[in-house]
Design a protein around this ligand. Sequence first.
Ligand SMILES: [Fe+2]
Ligand SMILES: [Fe+2]
Length: 251
Amino acid sequence: MDIKSLAHQLKQVVIEHDAMNLLETTFGDGLKRAPFGRDKLQWFLACHVASVRAVPTSILALAMRISNELLQHDYFNAHAVAARTLFAAAHEYGLANTELGITPTHFQLYRDGLRSWGFDENDIIHDPRIFPECAEITAYIDDVAMRRPIAQSLACHFALEEVADREFVLLWEGFSRHWRAYGLTGVDDPALSFYQIHTIQEPLHGAHGLEALTMYLEHVPTDESVLVQGVVEWMAIYHKWLKAFEGAFFS
Ligand SMILES: [Fe+2]
Ligand SMILES: [Fe+2]
């Protein structure tokens, strides 16, 4: 297997998928066009908060599975492969900067953001309008990280990180453009910190995820179709999720 061409192929599957166009027209054009009204904003945040639930824990689970499997193949390098995914989890858990010690986790930043928007975080997580696609994508992320073949989990993880990179840039751009209309103190308002930190941290996650995948394949050769299918399946779920957002907020 030519690992370089495989990596290129997986990237192309992400870039060329219809979901990426829909991401641009919804989270991109839609959020920039005009600010949401208060009620719609609350509903949007509720759906988004519900959809990221499994991201930090799925990365941890994947890192542990990679470590355990590769210890059998390459005792001294196993953790170095897992570290490529754990890197993203360190960000999620607020452990990225050891000199600063334990800093707010991404979810704590999101909670503080919700408060700065003027919402109660408990109202947000119990919003009855959260559509089923949010629980569906969360269940998928959990399932693929914990129960599918590790190569497929890694392919999905890579694709998830790639789309998240663009998604968070668009969230940041869309919301920060209308900070006055949203009643925020500026583009550095805590309401936007969760999105803003991802624009800094996210770009490395996809690249490291791909590196983890290619290192893993050196030890555990896997049919290319499993990897392509892993990305395709994720993109289909993500596309469905975006369509729900399109229907609720952008049409
Ligand atoms: Fe995050
Ligand atoms: Fe990430």
